[in-house]
Design a protein around this ligand. Structure first.
Ligand SMILES: C[S@@+](CC[C@H](N)C(=O)[O-])C[C@H]1O[C@@H](n2cnc3c(N)ncnc32)[C@H](O)[C@@H]1O
Length: 310
């Protein structure tokens, strides 16, 4: 559904304007951005415009996230999606504190590199938007786009400037364009992002390469399992023996991953307490060093901690 038709059905509501919606309509349909994410829906105006583009694309879905308070808006996102008949294209999540909590859940569910497009229009702080970008960086597919709204926004110049929660902010936080800081300092310097574009108050960036390819993610998962195994080998004698003698079985046991993921690993005991990096054996396998178990250490865990704190 084209922006003009949506506008006719819902009328002039804040915030996204119909001429801005045209830009997003063209952007989504011409780049075939099927799996879209929106952070901050407010009444659901931009939600409807994005969903309308997805409908005309012929395939795709929009996920939008806002706070639980969004349900009390008059009108709210449900009403707008009902009026426009676009409900089937949208999944709405309303969170008690932040969209970032929901994004954490998406990562827990393994939804790495699954979105083609993310529109960030909520929070407007370094804290919210900075963390959101860090999460989006992982959730976007290679070739996917992130768009930041309100680059120049400052709390001092916003309609909220006289609210007590804004007045309580440090002076610098009130006057700094915090989204611009995220764009300049995190997005434009990110090695995996490029194609930066500024269009009015919008900042566009494209994830150019696969920062989190399946292969790299698999490697990271294995690293995380190794870390858990080394920790357990420090206090669980039975597990320690299994890890040293049958590493693939031990690692599969604690991770639920197939043993084949670990066949390149072998574990060797060392006297070093502080971590030392993995090595490669003459046969090409990766040697992981296992520190002495706590029960054999001449120095107790508590005194070691105390030493490190000093
Ligand atoms: C500017 S409005 C969004 C406008 C909407 N995109 C449009 O153009 O029609 C910002 C929205 O972000 C939401 N928001 C702000 N901080 C948030 C956070 N940390 N997590 C989730 N939603 C947040 C607010 O509740 C508000 O509805």
């Amino acid at each position: 559904m084209r922006p003009e038709e949506i506008f006719e059905r819902i009328g002039p509501l804040p915030y996204m304007r119909v001429e801005q919606a045209r830009v997003f309509y063209d952007f989504i349909t011409s780049n075939n951005l099927q799996n879209c994410l929106e952070l901050g829906c407010f009444h659901g105006v931009s939600t409807a415009y994005l969903a309308g583009a997805i409908q005309d694309l012929g395939a795709g879905h929009l996920t939008t996230i806002d706070l639980t308070t969004a349900v009390d808006r008059k009108p709210n996102v449900e009403w707008i999606l009902g009026e426009t008949g676009l409900r089937q294209f949208v999944q709405v999540f309303l969170e008690p504190r932040s969209f970032n909590w929901r994004l954490m859940k998406f990562l827990e569910e393994g939804r790495y590199e699954s979105f083609d497009f993310c529109y960030i229009d909520g929070g407007h702080t370094w804290y919210d938007t900075g963390l959101a970008f860090c999460l989006i960086q992982r959730l976007l597919k290679p070739g996917g786009w992130v768009v930041f709204d309100d680059l120049a926004f400052t709390f001092r110049e916003s309609s909220n400037r006289d609210k007590s929660w804004v007045r309580r902010m440090p002076e610098e936080e009130q006057t700094t364009p915090q989204i611009k800081r995220v764009f300049d300092l995190l997005v434009e310097t990110d090695p995996h992002f490029g194609s930066f574009r500024h269009m009015g108050q919008f900042g566009f960036a494209r994830k150019e390469d696969s920062a989190w390819s399946k292969e790299q993610r698999g490697k990271k998962n294995v690293e995380a399992v190794i870390a858990r195994a080394l920790e357990r080998a420090g206090y669980d004698p039975e597990f320690r023996v299994m890890l040293l003698r049958f590493p693939t079985r031990a690692l599969s046991l604690i991770s639920g991953m197939p043993e084949s993921e670990f066949i390149h690993l072998c574990f060797l005991e060392t006297d070093h307490i502080a971590p030392i990096p993995n090595d490669i054996s003459e046969y090409g396998s990766t040697i992981v060093y296992v520190a002495p178990p706590t029960w054999e250490r001449t120095i107790s865990e508590q005194s070691l901690e105390a030493m490190l704190r000093r």
